[in-house]
Write a protein that binds this ligand. Sequence first.
Ligand code: GLN
Length: 202
Amino acid sequence: MTAPTIGVLALQGDVREHVHALTSVGAAAVPVRRRSELDAVDALVIPGGESTTIDKLLRAFELFAPLQDRLRAGMPAYGSCAGMILLADRVLGGIEGQRTLGGVDVTVRRNAFGRQVDSFETDLTIDGVDDGPMHAVFIRAPWVEEVGPAAKIVGRVESGPAAGRIVAVRQGPLLVTSFHPEVTGDTRVHRLFVQIVSESQG
Ligand code: GLN
């Protein structure tokens, strides 16, 4: 079977790191900035960055509606941090007029961890990721405040002031994490996503 082609939305954020992580787990990874590039991929990663900016750029580049259509048609997607916000059905603490693409039946809160734990690192276990806990880096991250019946919690903060907070969710071919696995060199979340993509291709 040929490796799936996975796009990385390249409007803003840490695109290169995701391309690198995907490539290292055997996927063909390409940046996506245009409609034609979106049409050519099997799946999409939405990177961390600033969800309000990515939202505006999606509209400016006329990608918002086509991307939403692909998600509704079942395209697998993985969103980290700002990407998680964009894939959430509901967002708290957004700016006036902020929209999300939606797809995952959750309510996320932007910049949820507050000033004292604005950015932090911790080890946690993700359902579907074997071989022990992974090191998770949070940068002005959202958390998931409410999970609807269609979505499945796959990871929580396990210790410290934010213990118990939901930070990873899966819904069918959609995966979201509050943290940034692309910055640690641990490629297991990307491997899981590639597996999800392969499964969805049958
Ligand atoms: N705070 C950012 C937002 O609301 C997300 C931060 C990140 O992606 N590292 O979009």
